[in-house]
Design a protein around this ligand. Structure first.
Ligand code: HEC
Ligand SMILES: [Cu+2]
Length: 399
């Protein structure tokens, strides 16, 4: 937004240096130029006002929490990278502050020198004598080349050290938990090979123990980012990349896809639930259990509908539903959110989702091609209210 304002100011000749040339022209061409200058000034005011208006409109984009998804955390800034909650994020934070303070000192020194020079050497007493020129001074040129070079070299040392530290795979002695992450347009798949557990959007990890993510993408480039736990790392189709997460204490940490990946990029979020070792083990072994199918009632009717309308895309472990194009729903009821961790997992949201998924989340299922392995969202399946009741009852059994 600031750059828009600058653009508005900079593009107009009636500002800064160009004004002088207009003045010069004015003496030559008199009234005509004065009219031009007035028009330009009006246009400039208009553009500045326009940029300010756009700033307020865009700032209003962060709307209220309509879907109730923020109730899990009690922070106004759940994605604050300056509030690190683990060793990797802390080392980034330390580096950030180091650079910040160095930059602050430079800023103060340069501005102080600037102000001093402006006042000390200002034009006095109406004399028009030219000031002493230092243009071409070799000594000055060398000094102001060496000083920044030394500063940059000094900053490079901790920066590069931190980069290598962050990239290092945890030592075997650290007993890292392995998780395979796949980015999809527009949701996250998490697979725990040790437990043979697949889940979506909500990553559970043991606190105080490193978690080594091995990541790839099923379609376009995504980027995994949980600001309180580590920096960003891209997920690239056809390649694997790695990232280590570690949380000091149990807690919930928010993240989101940090690389524009198409229509619903903004709704491709994730949550990390850091738990005590015991809670994590309990969670993992519950997730490893296959589903038990309901024998009767609306839930059983829901399972019938599921087999017809949903099983081509979704998997429910331990059943005939083995679709490989969408979030694994075996323990869907144990998740707090769905749809890229964008909607609280409540009956009301689920009903809206099943009536028309695109109404909740912008997706393009009209481009789906299951044969080619391309899925760009969940289609509107034209379900009746009775079918939806059954499906909700069925999904509710998947704990
Ligand atoms: C053409 C494939 C397809 C079919 C058929 C399909 N879905 Fe989906 N479904 C998806 C995709 C893709 C997503 C992920 C959407 C997203 O978040 O971007 C999804 C997400 C969901 C979610 C949210 C899961 C989560 O954890 O985020 C639920 C619940 C769901 N579908 C239920 C159903 C039900 C019930 C049916 C059958 C009536 C069904 N789906 C049919 C593709 C499909
Ligand atoms: Cu993405």
């Amino acid at each position: 937004m600031i750059s828009v304002v600058w653009l508005a100011l900079g593009r107009l000749p009636a500002f800064g240096g160009d004004r002088r040339s207009i003045r010069a022209g004015q003496s030559r061409r008199h009234r005509g130029s004065r009219v031009i200058e007035r028009t330009l000034r009006r246009k400039r005011t208009f553009l500045v006002l326009l940029a300010l208006a756009a700033m307020f409109v865009l700032a209003a984009c962060a709307g209220p929490d309509r879907l109730g998804i923020d109730s899990v955390v009690d922070s106004d800034l759940p994605q604050n990278a300056l509030d690190p909650a683990g060793p990797a994020a802390r080392s980034i934070d330390n580096l950030w502050w180091l650079v910040f303070w160095i930059a602050t000192v430079i800023f103060v020194v340069v501005e102080a020198a600037l102000i001093f020079v402006v006042f000390r050497f200002r034009r006095r007493g109406g004399t028009d004598e030219p000031v002493k020129q230092v243009h071409g001074s070799t000594r000055l040129e060398i000094v102001w080349t060496i000083i920044p070079a030394v500063i940059l070299a000094a900053i490079a040392v901790p920066t590069i050290a931190t980069l290598f530290d962050l990239r290092a795979e945890p030592a075997p002695s650290e007993n890292a938990l392995q998780v395979e992450v796949t980015g999809h347009q527009w949701w996250w798949e998490f697979y725990y090979p040790e437990y043979d557990v697949t889940t979506a959007n909500e990553l559970h990890i043991p606190a105080g123990r490193p978690v080594y993510l091995t990541m790839t993408s099923a379609d376009v480039i995504h980027s995994f980012w949980v600001p309180q736990l580590n920096g960003k790392r891209d997920l690239v189709p056809g390649r694997t990349t790695n990232l280590t997460l570690e949380a000091d204490e149990p807690g919930v940490f928010f993240g989101q896809c940090a690389e524009f990946c198409g229509l619903a990029h903004a709704d491709m979020r994730h949550r990390v639930f850091a738990e005590t070792e015991a809670d994590f083990e309990a969670w993992a072994s519950a997730q490893a259990e296959p589903a038990t199918l309901p024998a009767e009632g609306p839930a059983a009717a829901g399972w019938e509908t599921f087999q017809i309308s949903c099983a081509s895309c979704h998997t429910v472990d331990g059943t005939s539903a083995e679709g490989d194009f969408a979030p694994n729903l075996t323990h869907f009821a144990s998740r707090t959110t769905f749809g890229g961790a964008t909607f609280a997992n409540t009956e009301a949201h689920l009903r809206e989702w099943l009536r028309d998924p695109i109404d909740l989340k912008p997706m393009r299922p009209d481009y789906n091609d299951l044969e080619a392995g391309r899925v760009l969202g969940m289609p509107n399946l034209g379900l009746t209210e009775v079918e939806i009741d059954g499906l909700i009852a069925f999904l509710d059994t998947l704990e």
